[in-house]
Design a binder for this molecule. Structure first.
Ligand SMILES: Cc1ncc(COP(=O)(O)O)c(C=O)c1O
Ligand SMILES: N[C@@H](CCCC[NH3+])C(=O)O
Length: 443
């Protein structure tokens, strides 16, 4: 029997918000993969991020099953550490990386370099040098000025495979800051104004570069398959134009990532198969229309693999009633989750680790940082008697939180603990004052 409110019962049965292994445990606890969240908080301290390994792996597999003929490349920016590199290697995915650091991390685990894709709108000499040294599969060209720079570094009598990142002119994504498929932002080369075609011609003129195909990334948190269908249509039309005007038939089409995850119960988050079906149907149709051979497809999901596999745990430090609102302040905040402040992202929050009969009321969960905008979750339902010492769990925290964590206020970035088969293992330890002081080398 449970004393939990109906909303928690509903959430625990909405598998896209919590990992599928989440179940009630005695004493108001929730367990993930057979491991108690309250015990994890007690053992590792808070804030702590918990990652369900089986959930990550099964979502990676779902992508491979949805597009069996495509290459599935996990976007490491969502969250990466050595264990995640291994999981992706074992599940047969590639890795989308965007810095020398992410490249080096993959290399420490012997990740197959041909399955690495290097991105970035401004690749540093170190990024490019590392990519070429490690022999990455593809480098995605995002600016005209990169073309000669990359070509100049390629060893003689070899050719680096590249893709050109184009802007198909599609507005998609949950927030203006994460829409990258249309004009007026820093990524990609416009098809409409001719920049993309000019770049293709310049790449073709470089013997050190092997132009494999085109890339586009529409944006983030795209909860419909339609924009991907439209992108396929426009990119195949562009591939056909390149063939007709320049006599080359490019064989790869990388559609990027951006597939939505649910943050609140009921949020639309189509399964990989829904995106996969729309993409392959449109590819078949468009290629038939333009008489173009089916290109090899790549997708780069990040959030859709990682978000719902992660749960953040915080401890309540203070409760304040003011201005008609109840503020519950926790021991983390925008330094481990900048998404609410950046994009107005919404989350669901649950108290775990004790039962109560207190009624629920609207509460604002805030962080501990020196910003009035450090709000983790606005108007969430928490028991009226929530008090310092209570543990709050925030599901759907696996993507773009720890990877975007900062050193603000020197609170120390949180640890990440993986759970699977009833066991927990520490993946990333908490950042300590000694770590911070170690970088501070001047006086
Ligand atoms: C080039 C590229 N590919 C893939 C992704 C992954 O996006 P998401 O995590 O939304 O699937 C991103 C980030 O938005 C990106 O910039
Ligand atoms: N960081 C973002 C989205 C951008 C992803 C990288 N291109 C988020 O948290 O939603």
């Amino acid at each position: 029997m449970t004393t939990e409110p109906d909303s928690l019962i509903r959430e625990l049965h909405a598998p896209s918000v919590w990992p599928r292994s989440a179940v009630h445990a005695p004493g108001g606890d929730v367990s993930l993969a057979g491991v108690s969240l309250a015990e994890l908080a007690a053992h590792h301290g808070t804030p702590v991020y918990v990652l369900d390994e089986t959930e990550v792996r099964s979502r990676a597999r779902a992508w491979r099953a949805a597009l069996p003929d495509a290459e599935v490349v996990y976007a490491a920016k969502a969250f990466v550490c050595r264990a995640v590199v291994d999981w992706m290697a074992e599940e047969g995915l590639g890795l989308d990386v965007c810095s020398a650091g992410e490249l080096e991390l993959a290399a420490t685990r012997g990740f197959p370099p041909e399955r690495l894709v290097l991105h970035g709108n401004a690749k540093s000499p170190r990024d490019l040098g590392t990519a070429l040294r490690l022999g990455v599969g593809r480098i995605v060209i995002d600016a005209d000025s990169e073309i000669a720079r990359i070509a100049a570094q390629v060893p003689p009598r070899t050719a680096q495979k590249v893709l050109v990142r184009v802007l198909p002119g599609i507005e998609a994504g949950a927030h203006p800051k994460v829409r990258t498929g249309a004009e007026g932002q820093k990524f990609g080369l416009s098809i409409a104004n001719g920049d993309a075609e000019d770049a293709v011609v310049r790449v073709l003129g470089q013997p050190g570069l092997d132009l494999a195909g085109l890339h586009c990334h529409l944006g983030s948190q795209i909860a419909s398959a339609e924009p991907y269908g439209e992108a396929v249509r426009r990119l195949v039309a562009f591939l056909a134009r390149i063939r007709d005007r320049h006599g080359v038939t490019l064989s790869e089409l990388d559609l990027g990532g951006g597939f939505a995850a649910a943050y609140l119960p009921g949020d639309p988050a189509p399964p990989p198969v829904a995106y996969g079906r729309r993409i392959t149907d449109e590819l078949t149709r468009s290629c038939a229309e333009f008489g173009f051979p089916l290109p090899r497809l790549t997708v780069e999901p990040g959030r859709s693999i990682m978000a719902s596999a992660g749960v953040a745990l915080y401890r309540v430090l203070s409760v304040k009633r003011t201005g008609g609102q109840v503020f519950v302040a926790v021991d983390g905040g925008m330094s481990d989750n900048p998404r609410p402040a950046l994009y107005g992202a919404r989350y669901t929050v649950r108290m775990v680790g004790r039962t109560t009969t207190a009624p629920m009321r609207a509460t604002t969960v805030v962080g501990r940082h020196c910003e009035a905008g450090d709000v983790l979750a606005q108007d969430v339902e928490l028991p009226e008697d929530v008090r310092p010492g209570d543990i709050l769990a925030v599901p759907a925290s696996g993507a773009y939180q720890v990877s975007m964590a900062s050193g603000y206020n020197m609170t120390g970035r949180p640890p990440v603990v993986a759970v699977s088969g009833g066991r927990a293992r520490l993946l990333l330890r908490r950042e300590t004052f000694e770590d911070q002081r170690g970088r501070d080398v001047g006086v």
